[in-house]
Design a protein around this ligand. Structure first.
Ligand code: FAD
Ligand code: FES
Length: 279
């Protein structure tokens, strides 16, 4: 059960570059900050600047409590103004942190094989899931976990250390510098026949193109799959409707859902890739 989100002023303890254009933020928060569920995210902004005005959504990469504080880890890729600004924050800087937000991943008790599929910094929520759910819950001993991680090059496979030694690991790079030469969905396609559809669950996060090709790959299988979507967000709490995606509601009906409030995690079969244009 998700705890109620709160807003807090966090203090940057460490801001470390982990690859070109990628950085790892460690933020100290009050002990009262709610415990996140893997797949949930926070909205962060620099309270000392007017620009950018809107906070940015970032998935929880790590969370623990120690020495009277909560410690939050965020793995970020510089995409534009907001993330560029965050990449330059020094230790001691403050950030407004709203969260944890959204609906995270859920793992049914009958799942025996978990496949984590990530593209780029999509590895962040899955690393948190591996840490929190798979190894700390009673069903975990009976479960096999295999992570399929993809990135452009070997050095962009960020967060690898959070998977190595904790699960079976397969890597793919576009330039072939580490693991399979090609994209992560192509690599998964080669193995897919080995998994029993009834007891396998895929949890995925990455660029929309990856999610789309995963949907095509799984269409003729009965393998369950949950995906975390990344839409542009303004409020992060379901109020502005800025992040809606088209959803299949069954029996030929379609609807819209707010990624921030109803997601970011959805069953892949719910996503409507070509919604009819109304007019
Ligand atoms: C639920 C959720 C979790 C996320 N988790 C992470 C994470 O763990 N690590 C991380 O690095 N990023 C994550 N993102 C993406 C991150 O929020 C965006 O990269 C960021 O908001 C871009 O802000 P900006 O000011 O740097 O870029 P802007 O200047 O606002 O935009 C720069 C470019 O990025 C694109 N963009 C903006 N927002 C998004 C978005 N939400 N998704 C995809 N493209 C976007 C714009 O279209 C534009 O092309 C997450 C997004 C969501 C919705
Ligand atoms: S960002 Fe405002 S409703 Fe989702």
């Amino acid at each position: 059960m998700a705890e109620k989100p709160s807003i807090a002023i966090g203090q940057v303890m460490e801001n470390r570059s982990v690859a070109p254009g990628h950085f790892l933020l460690t933020i100290r928060l009050p002990l009262s900050f709610a415990t996140p569920i893997p797949g949930q995210f926070v909205m962060i902004r620099d309270p000392d600047r007017d620009e950018p005005l809107l906070p940015r959504p970032i998935s929880v990469y790590g969370f623990q409590r120690e020495d009277g504080h909560a410690i939050l880890n965020l793995l970020c890729r510089v995409a534009g103004r907001g993330t560029s600004l965050f990449s330059r924050l020094n230790s001691g800087s403050t950030l407004t942190v709203l969260g944890p937000l959204g609906r995270g991943f859920t793992i049914d008790p009958d799942v025996r094989q978990i496949l984590l599929v990530a593209g780029g910094v999509g590895a962040a929520p899955l690393a948190f899931l591996l840490q929190e759910c798979v190894f700390s819950k009673p069903h975990s001993a009976k479960r096999q976990v295999t992570a399929y991680l993809g990135a452009g090059t070997a050095e962009l496979l960020t967060g690898l250390n959070r998977f190595e030694g904790f699960c079976n690991l397969r890597t793919a790079t576009d330039d072939g510098s580490c693991g399979y030469h090609g994209n992560v969905t192509e690599m998964l396609a080669l193995d897919l026949g080995e998994y029993d559809a009834k007891s396998t669950l895929i949890l995925a996060c990455g660029p929309m193109a990856m999610i789309r090709s995963l949907d095509l790959l799984l269409r003729d299988t009965r393998i369950r799959c949950q995906v975390s979507l990344e839409e542009r967000m303004a409020c992060g709490v379901g109020a502005c409707l800025g992040c809606v995606v088209a959803i299949k509601e069954g029996e030929g009906r379609n609807g819209y859902r707010r990624v921030c409030h109803d997601g970011p995690v959805f069953d892949i079969g719910e996503i409507h890739w070509n919604p009819p244009v109304e007019g």
